[in-house]
Design a protein around this ligand. Structure first.
Ligand SMILES: Cc1cc2nc3c(=O)[nH]c(=O)nc-3n(C[C@H](O)[C@H](O)[C@H](O)COP(=O)(O)OP(=O)(O)OC[C@H]3O[C@@H](n4cnc5c(N)ncnc54)[C@H](O)[C@@H]3O)c2cc1C
Length: 458
């Protein structure tokens, strides 16, 4: 059945797409069967690579008519299994829709196709003296469509918000091929529902993003970054409060690396660490302002006087700043050398952070006495990347997610639910909320062909 349906689909689409627009085994690249989780999925029997919104529409209309399930693929850097193909799904890749229009300086916005990488858009914005508000480690491979579908966050949410806040206009294609195009990017537009919000963060389950108009921000005069050591989590949170008051919107990032991870990365990197080991937490504090270094130095001097910082080192030059950011990527750089690990991307209110960390540590230890937790993350917005070296992945997941649910946090701060976190969705969303999600899915994709089985079972 599946084979003949794929034949029928290919026959319908070959007059619409060019020769590179349809790939069938063995022309299919092996990397299309997995995302950045590295968990192998199926090799899709067909990959559809449209060049225009009209071609995406034709492809989805044909899949809808045939009841053919589709997995939507961007840069495959996702960390929840959303773009990982299930058996029998064809892949719809946006890799040939990567055009970027020149930035509109008056509106401070840019019109891009969904397959453009975040880094390519950042470069175009920077060449015009503007900035994209979101930056993430996967910038070179992740795509704007994927960023919108996952509502990506990253290191500067504190100042610029998540991807949702960057989207001024959106074009999506629904499962039956209907095109919804709202790309004007008007600052004020209350004409009925703001439909684009439905698709941001919906992980490709409600529609395929084809184009977007993104807000851009004026380039700050300069950046400065400091690494600070603090004796405990309570002091880290007090320092955040203090720096927010002193720096206002100039404070652009507040990242934390727990001492255990800092020491482990130093051991693997070798050389002299920028600050000696032994602190409970290390914080990366970034300021973007006219004279960022002066603002940061003054704010840290105040915090030092208030007894909130033990030791600090300031990066002033691009090289020094890059060296400090390098620490932040320490776990990702050495991930393979940490051994088998379970990773969690959780969100918690700052006033519940200490309770969560203590409860999770206790439960993780009970689940696996040999487990070693390594914590880092976007502390400024309550988002922790909680990594545990363990072989007891399921028991540890239960321990971490139960602790997060207990304090009213979220089991997914920024990576999404995909396939991998679906069993835990009910810990962060009520039955009533999940029921409404199901009704939206049924209304927009009645045959459940788009990213079937991701987020929840339709
Ligand atoms: C080293 C590294 C660092 C990372 N850092 C961060 C971080 O700081 N913050 C963060 O939020 N994430 C981070 N991520 C996760 C990942 O980069 C983001 O989720 C990113 O937004 C995914 O984009 P993508 O194009 O690779 O999407 P994919 O992995 O291809 O897909 C992700 C999901 O989006 C859907 N999708 C993709 N394109 C479209 C489209 N055009 N229309 C509709 N649905 C679509 C897919 O079906 C899937 O459900 C990181 C990943 C890595 C590997």
């Amino acid at each position: 059945m599946t084979g003949s349906r794929i034949d029928a689909l290919a026959a319908r689409l070959s007059p619409v797409l060019d020769a590179a627009g349809l790939r069938r085994d063995p022309a299919i690249d092996a990397h299309r069967s997995a995302d950045a989780t590295g968990i192998a999925g199926a090799v899709p029997p067909l990959v559809i690579r449209p060049r225009t919104t009209a071609e995406v529409s034709a492809a989805l209309a044909a899949c809808h008519a045939l009841g053919q399930p589709v997995v939507v693929q961007g840069g495959l850097t996702g960390l929840a299994g959303g773009a990982r193909p299930a058996e029998g799904e064809v892949a719809l890749s946006l890799d040939r829709m990567a055009a970027i229009e020149p930035p509109d300086a008056d509106a401070a916005s840019i019109l891009v196709e969904a397959g453009a990488t975040l880094e390519a858009v950042q470069r175009r914005a920077e060449a015009a003296g503007l900035r994209v508000g979101v930056d993430i480690g996967a910038r070179g491979s992740c795509t704007i469509g994927g960023n919108i579908a996952t509502n990506a966050g990253g290191i500067r949410v504190l100042r610029y918000g998540m991807f949702r806040a960057q989207v001024a206009g959106l074009e999506v294609v629904l499962a039956d091929g209907t095109v919804l195009s709202a790309l004007a990017g008007l600052a004020k537009d209350n004409a009925g529902y703001d439909l684009k919000q439905l698709f941001i963060g919906s992980e490709g389950t409600l529609g395929v993003v084809t184009r977007a108009r993104l807000h851009l921000h004026p380039a700050p005069g300069s950046d400065a970054l400091a690494l600070c050591a603090v004796p405990d989590l309570a002091t880290a949170i007090a320092l955040l409060r203090d720096l927010r008051a002193r720096l206002g919107p100039s404070l652009s990032a507040f990242e934390a690396i727990w001492g255990g991870l800092y020491d482990a990365v130093q051991a693997l990197d070798g050389g002299t660490p920028p600050l000696p080991s032994g602190a409970a937490l290390y914080l990366l504090v970034e300021v973007q302002a006219g004279d960022a270094a002066a603002e940061l130095e003054a704010a840290l001097a105040g915090a030092l006087e208030a007894g909130l910082v033990g030791d600090a080192v300031l990066g002033r030059t691009a090289r020094e700043i890059a060296a400090l950011w390098h620490l932040r990527e320490g776990f990702n750089r050495h991930a393979a050398r940490f051994g088998p690990a379970a990773g969690f991307d959780v969100s918690v209110r700052l006033d519940a952070m200490e309770a969560f960390v203590a409860a999770a540590a206790g439960r993780v230890r009970a689940a696996d006495p040999d487990a070693v937790p390594y914590l880092f993350g976007h502390l400024g917005d309550g988002n922790l990347h909680y990594i545990v070296r363990t072989r007891a992945e399921a028991a540890v997941a239960d321990a971490v997610y139960r602790s997060i649910a207990e304090v009213g946090g979220s089991i997914s701060a920024e990576h999404g639910i995909g396939f991998d976190k679906k069993p835990y969705l009910g810990l962060s969303r009520s039955p009533a909320e999940i029921a409404v999600m199901r009704r939206l899915k049924a209304a927009l994709d009645p045959k459940a062909i788009l990213n079937r089985g991701r987020v929840f079972d339709a």
